[in-house]
Design a protein around this ligand. Structure first.
Ligand code: HEC
Ligand code: HEC
Length: 324
C-alpha cells in the first residue's frame, strides 16, 4: 500500500463503523441476520473507502451499484445471489479476496461531537480564504468522473448536480464529508486532503463549482400530485429554502431547485430519519410527520423549480474548460 493509500485507509477506519452499524441495524430488522453477508459487506465498505488499487470513479460507482443490488437481494431472501453480486465487486476494485479478508477489526471511532467540531474547523478555515480559480479547476478534475465536467451529476440521482450551488453550502458539505460528519463514502478518496489539498483547495473548488451554469434538464418526479406538493412546500420549506428553492448563501441553506428527483428523495428521507448527521435540526422537526406520499409530492414540486434564467445553462452548453 502506498503512503497515500495508507492514509486514506486510516481515514476510512473512522467512518466505516458508523455506516456499517446503520446498515446492520436496517438489515437486522428486515430479515434474520446472516453474519457472513454482513461480514462481507463490512469488508467491502472498508475496501470501497480505501480504494487501495486506486481504480477510477466509474469502477467505484459500478461496485457501489452492485453493493446496493446485493443488499436488495439479501432483503428479498436471495442470499446466494446477494453474495455472488458482492463477490464480483472485489474484481471491480482490483483487490484479491485474500487481501480483502485481511481487513483488521475497526478501532472505536470519534464521537459525533468530535466529527462536527473537526468539520466546523475546516469550514471556518476555508470560508475566510481567497479562492484561487486555477487551482479550483485543477481540483475539480477529481470530481468530474462522477459529477460530470459540467457538474450536473447523474439523472438517476446517485450523484447530485452541484453546479451553481452556493459556495458556502459547497464548503460546508465538503468539510462535513471530509471530516466524516456526513457519509458519502464513494466520494471520500477523491475529495480527501491527499487528492485535492487542505482548506485552501476546498475554498478553490467550491468557488469554481459555484461559477458553473445550472442544468434545468434534471430528472423530475412522476408529476401526479403537484398541487399538494406546492402547498406542502409553501407551508414547510419556503421560510428556509426560499420561494424558488434558491436556498440562502449566508445561512448555508442549499439550493434544491433543478436537483435530480431521486437524490432529493434519498437526502430528504435520510434527514427525516436522522441518518444524515450534518442535517439542520429545525428542518428535521419540520418534516417529521411527512409520509412517503408527502415526500414524493413535495420533492416532485421542488425538482421542477428553476433558478433565475441568468444562472441556467443555455441549451447545448458545455463546460469550456473541458473543450477539446
Ligand atoms: C466516485 C464518485 C464521486 C466523486 C469522484 C466525487 N463525488 Fe461528490 N458526490 C458523490 C455522490 C455519490 C454524492 C452523494 C452522496 C449522498 O448520497 O449523500 C456526492 C455528493 C457531493 C456533494 C454534496 C452535494 C449536496 O447537494 O449536498 C458535494 C458538495 C460534492 N459531492 C462535491 C464533490 C467535489 C468537490 C468532488 C471533487 C473534489 C467530488 N464531489 C467528487 C460522488 C462523487
Ligand atoms: C429551518 C430551515 C429548514 C426548513 C424548514 C427546511 N429545510 Fe431543508 N435544509 C435546511 C438546511 C440548513 C439544509 C442543509 C443542512 C446541512 O448543512 O447539511 C437543508 C437540506 C435539505 C436537503 C438536502 C439538499 C442537498 O443538496 O443535499 C433537501 C432535499 C431539503 N433540505 C429539502 C427540504 C424540503 C422539501 C423542506 C420542506 C418540506 C425543507 N427542506 C425544510 C434547512 C431547512
Amino acid at each position: 500500500m502506498s503512503p497515500s493509500a495508507a492514509c486514506r485507509f486510516q481515514w476510512s477506519r473512522r467512518i466505516a463503523p458508523l455506516a456499517i452499524t446503520a446498515l446492520a441495524i436496517v438489515l437486522a430488522s428486515a430479515v434474520p441476520a446472516s453474519a457472513d453477508f454482513i461480514d462481507d459487506l463490512t469488508r467491502l465498505d472498508a475496501a470501497l473507502q480505501a480504494n487501495a488499487a486506486r481504480v477510477g470513479a466509474p469502477a467505484v460507482l459500478s461496485c457501489q451499484a452492485r453493493r446496493h443490488s446485493a443488499v436488495r437481494l439479501y432483503e428479498a431472501g436471495e442470499i446466494t445471489r446477494a453474495e455472488r453480486s458482492l463477490k464480483f465487486c472485489w474484481t471491480i476494485l482490483g483487490i484479491s479476496e485474500t487481501e480483502a479478508m485481511a481487513v483488521p477489526a475497526e478501532p472505536p471511532g470519534p464521537t459525533a461531537e468530535e466529527l462536527e467540531a473537526r468539520a466546523n474547523r475546516e469550514f471556518q478555515a476555508a470560508m475566510v480564504l481567497t479562492p484561487n480559480p486555477t487551482n479550483g479547476l485543477k481540483a475539480f478534475r477529481e470530481c468530474t468522473g462522477c459529477h460530470t465536467t459540467e457538474g450536473w451529476g447523474l439523472k438517476g440521482g446517485t450523484v447530485p448536480q452541484i453546479a451553481g450551488q452556493h459556495r458556502t453550502v459547497l464548503i460546508k458539505q465538503l468539510a462535513d464529508i471530509r471530516a466524516g460528519n456526513r457519509d458519502a463514502f464513494v466520494m471520500v478518496p477523491y475529495a480527501s486532503v491527499d487528492s485535492i489539498g487542505g482548506p485552501q483547495a476546498v475554498a478553490d473548488v467550491a468557488a469554481y463549482i459555484e461559477s458553473l451554469e445550472i442544468s434545468v434538464d434534471n430528472s423530475k418526479g412522476p408529476g401526479r400530485d403537484l398541487e399538494r406538493g406546492q402547498q406542502l412546500y409553501a407551508e414547510n420549506c419556503v421560510r428556509c429554502h426560499g420561494s424558488n428553492g434558491e436556498g440562502d448563501a449566508a445561512a448555508h441553506v442549499p439550493r434544491i431547485h433543478a436537483q435530480h428527483f431521486n437524490y432529493l428523495v434519498r437526502q430528504f428521507q435520510w434527514i427525516r430519519d436522522g441518518k444524515r448527521r450534518n442535517a439542520n435540526a429545525e428542518m428535521i422537526d419540520q418534516i417529521q410527520r411527512f409520509g412517503d406520499e408527502d415526500v414524493s409530492a413535495v420533492l416532485d414540486y421542488v425538482s421542477r423549480l428553476v433558478p433565475p434564467e441568468a444562472l441556467q445553462a443555455p441549451p447545448g452548453w458545455k463546460n469550456p474548460d473541458f473543450a477539446q
